[in-house]
Each structure stands twice: as structure tokens, then as C-alpha cells.
Design a protein around this ligand. Sequence first.
Ligand SMILES: C[S@@+](CC[C@H](N)C(=O)[O-])C[C@H]1O[C@@H](n2cnc3c(N)ncnc32)[C@H](O)[C@@H]1O
Length: 280
Amino acid sequence: MEDFRAASLKSWTAVAPDWDELTAWVDYQLGIAAEWMLEEASPGRGDRVLELAAGPGTLSLGAARAVGAEGQVICTDFAEAMVDTARRRLAAEGAENVECRVVDAEAIDLPDGAVEVVLCRMGYMLMADPAAALRETARVLAPGGRAALTVWSDAISNPWAALPMQTIMAQLGAPPPEPGAPGLWALADRTRLQRLLEDAGLESVHIQQLDDVVEYESFEHWFELTGRLAGPIRALLAGLNEKDRRTIEARLREAAQPYHQADERLSMPERMLGASARRA
Ligand SMILES: C[S@@+](CC[C@H](N)C(=O)[O-])C[C@H]1O[C@@H](n2cnc3c(N)ncnc32)[C@H](O)[C@@H]1O
């Protein structure tokens, strides 16, 4: 697990400048997730809110507006470079009731019952030990506090990422990841997700499928954005030589055909699971 954590931190630190530059795209691609989470957790005036694995801090921005000057938002990520991105962005947006800092979601340095709301968009499935992170989430929630999160659903419903992953793995002759190992699809099983939330001490678990279609200008646009933003795909691409990279690009171009519009544009379906729960 320690090796995984170190590699993951390195890879998310490396992608932080791209998340900074492409925050608007991230928020377009993950827009339905943010909307659903804020509605489910409904942070109210005066609430204390913690965002975990926040990247550029989109949920913190939404929460900061909802809790008002009498509330407080703590925007966190384990990668310092991501926290810097969020800090700059939130300051530029004039969100004064937000504190940005480095926190590992698997070991949160807050006392028990410190917040009314915990938000985590597309984070838990990438962590070495999501069960530990969810226990920590439950621990820092005050009684009656709400958690809302989203994770990717299964590979088949997410060709935008599954096609590059599968094509690269096939080219490298790499075995498929162990079921449940950290990665994009690690929490795609609703039953496992529900059990993890309940085992963490959360109740009234509600899980909902969230579907959207993301429009890319062209094959090149999709390949570039996915290779820059998706940490696990970027890490795989970085290890390729030029010949393998060209072969993969040609195979992917083929695989993307069914998603083309009449013109150059690509319409890629995506599916997430949203989950909300309460602390007893
Ligand atoms: C896919 S990005 C999502 C970022 C953001 N939540 C969003 O939706 O825009 C995943 C984020 O999780 C962070 N992360 C991964 N493991 C973490 C951990 N154990 N603790 C805190 N953050 C973590 C990464 O640094 C990265 O910023």
C-alpha cells in the first residue's frame, strides 16, 4: 500500500498543472456530479464543510457560497500542487470562508465530529484504502452530518477512459488489474460501495446512477485531454516508447469510430455512481 500511495501522490502532483489549466473542462465533464452532490448534502448557512481529494476545489466553491460568511469550508487534497491550484482559484473567486490545506483522506487531521458535511468527487476509488478513508469521513462528521460522493461506474459504461486503458494494457501485454484494486473502476460495484459506507458507520445510504454524454471537438481533443487529466492513463502513457504510442493512437482512432458524430466531433457516454449517507 505504501508503494501505491507514493506512486499515486507522484502521479497526481505531476498532473496538477494540467488540472489547473483545464479546470473549466473538468467542471464540464464532472458537472452533473457536482450538482448532484451539493443537492444531496445540501450544505446550509453556517455549516462546516470538508472537501476531500478536492483537486481544483469545485465543490468547495459551491459549498462556500451555500454556507455563507458564518460557515466554513476546508478544501483538501493530499497533493500540495493540487491544493495550490484550489487556493489560487478560490481566492480569485473571492471565496473568503475557505481554508485550503494538504490532508490525506485516509488519515484526516481533524477531531471527531468537526464538520456537518463531507464532499468527495471522484476520489475514494483512487485511494489505497477507501475503507479507511470512509471510516475517517464518518469519524469527522458531527452526529446527523451528511456525506456525498461520486465514483466512476464500470468500464463498459465509460468508454472515454476504458478504451485508452484497455488499448494501452493490450499493447503492453499487461494483465488486467486485480478486482477491487485502486483505480477508476474500484468502486463501480454498488453493493461494495454500499457495504463500505455502512461498515464505516454511515446510515441512510442512497446510491444513484448518474449518466451524461461528453462532447469532444475531435479524436485528438479526446486523446489529449484524457491523457493529460486522467492520472492512471497519463502514468501508463508516460511509460511508452514512441512506436507503442503511435500504435496505440492508431488503434484508439479505430475504437473511437462508433462515437463520432457526422462531423469530427466525438460524443462519449460516461456513467458515475453518486452516493450520499448520514452519520447516526
Ligand atoms: C480525479 S481527481 C478529482 C479531483 C476533484 N475531486 C474533482 O472532482 O475535480 C482525484 C484527486 O484525488 C486526490 N487524491 C488521491 N488520493 C488521495 C488521498 N489519499 N487523499 C487525498 N487526496 C487524494 C488527487 O490528488 C486528485 O486531486
